[in-house]
Design a binder for this molecule. Structure first.
Ligand SMILES: [Ca+2]
Ligand SMILES: [Ca+2]
Ligand SMILES: [Ca+2]
Length: 121
């Protein structure tokens, strides 16, 4: 009785693992979910603006949101629409305390997170 129960549990577990494995590979195969997105931030202009842009799989994105990465909660900073990626320094200067001045900026686009740029803006 006990042996039979254990066997049944094992069968259920392995069936679940197979189903889960198939589910995972389906997600990975979906090109929309697996887009590789890259954030670019240019140099500061004399007016203290920075050009930002995001490309996913080589395609420039018209809109995305900019976030500051932090220890507990990441900070939402700005939404870019219509390729208007020029943002004032204050948007990117997400950490400005005496013990931490370095900023950690990434973008989100269609649920995809870009690289994080660590710089003092
Ligand atoms: Ca930060
Ligand atoms: Ca911050
Ligand atoms: Ca800063």
């Amino acid at each position: 009785m006990y042996v039979r129960k254990t066997l049944r549990r094992r069968l259920v577990a392995s069936a679940f693992a197979v189903a889960f494995g198939v589910g995972l590979s389906t997600v990975v195969a979906d090109p929309a979910a697996a887009a590789v997105c890259t954030l670019f931030i240019g140099q500061q202009t004399p007016q203290h603006f920075y050009a930002t842009s995001v490309s996913c799989d080589g395609v420039l994105q018209p809109s995305y949101s900019l976030w500051g990465e932090d220890e507990i909660f990441d900070e939402f900073r700005h939404t870019v629409i219509n390729f208007a990626g020029s943002v004032p320094r204050s948007v990117l200067n997400e950490d400005d305390s005496w013990f931490n001045r370095e900023d950690d900026i990434y973008a989100m686009v269609n649920g995809n997170k870009t690289n994080v740029i660590h710089r003092e803006f």
